[in-house]
Design a protein around this ligand. Structure first.
Ligand code: PLP
Length: 217
């Protein structure tokens, strides 16, 4: 589906629920996609992208940024502490801060590098064992811990369980953000981004609906 159609659907949903036009930003999730498709979307003028692996992003974005310097890149996949330095140098936002050890590493590197990407805390709203993220009951304490380390928590991020109604998870994420004074919400993917807009997403992360199915073969 053309990017403009996705943007139009976001705008229509913003209007339907009475949100300000443009208050939801579209992250084009380019992981695993052929580079020509990514370049086509860049040539359409889109600049906000998401990748879920540091290594994969490091292999394509430094070169693409030379051609498109105003790109904004978000890390939306799990981050190992031993890749934190590279991630902080490559990404404009890390959406997957999810444990004290990682927060402490980022805080130390922030002092050393004198710069820090925007940070989002990932919340495991479905309390799934296999999924990353802070448990909802531990979210307030973890956000406070990040702040005590001198980190600014700019947003929360979640990936709802596939089998469940995503709106309930989006509403929970918003509630946690509100009570902690966190401004940004990254939620909603190809199958449910309109529901996320209705629940107040400020970022939606859409991959296959823009680029087509990912070919992992
Ligand atoms: C891959 C991915 C997306 C995009 O998924 P689609 O269903 O292709 O839109 C969004 N968020 C995260 C965290 C992802 O890993």
């Amino acid at each position: 589906m053309p990017l403009s159609d996705i943007s139009a659907r976001i705008q229509a949903e913003e209007a339907r629920v009475g949100r300000a036009p443009g208050s939801t930003r579209l992250i084009a999730v380019s992981k695993v996609q052929p580079i020509e498709r990514v370049i086509a979307v860049l040539e359409e003028g889109h600049r906000l992208f998401g990748e879920n692996k540091v290594q994969e992003a490091a292999g394509k974005w430094p070169e693409l940024r030379e051609r498109f310097p105003d790109v904004e890149l978000h890390l939306i996949g799990p981050l190992q502490t031993n890749k934190a330095r590279q991630a902080m140098q490559l990404f404009d936002a890390i959406e997957t801060v999810d444990r004290p050890k990682l927060a402490r590493t980022i805080a130390r590197l922030k002092d050393e590098l004198c710069t820090c990407p925007k940070l989002f805390v990932q919340i495991n709203t479905g309390e799934e064992d296999q999924k990353a993220g802070v448990m909802p009951a531990e979210a307030d304490a973890f956000i406070a811990e990040c702040r005590a380390l001198g980190l600014e928590v700019e947003g929360l991020m979640c990936i709802p369980p596939v089998e469940e109604e995503p709106s309930l998870h989006f509403a929970l994420l918003k509630k946690i953000a509100e009570r902690n004074g966190v401004p940004e919400l990254s939620m909603g993917m190809s199958g449910d981004f309109e529901k996320a807009v209705a629940q107040g997403a400020t970022y939606v992360r859409v991959g296959s609906a823009i680029f087509g199915e990912r070919d992992y073969g």
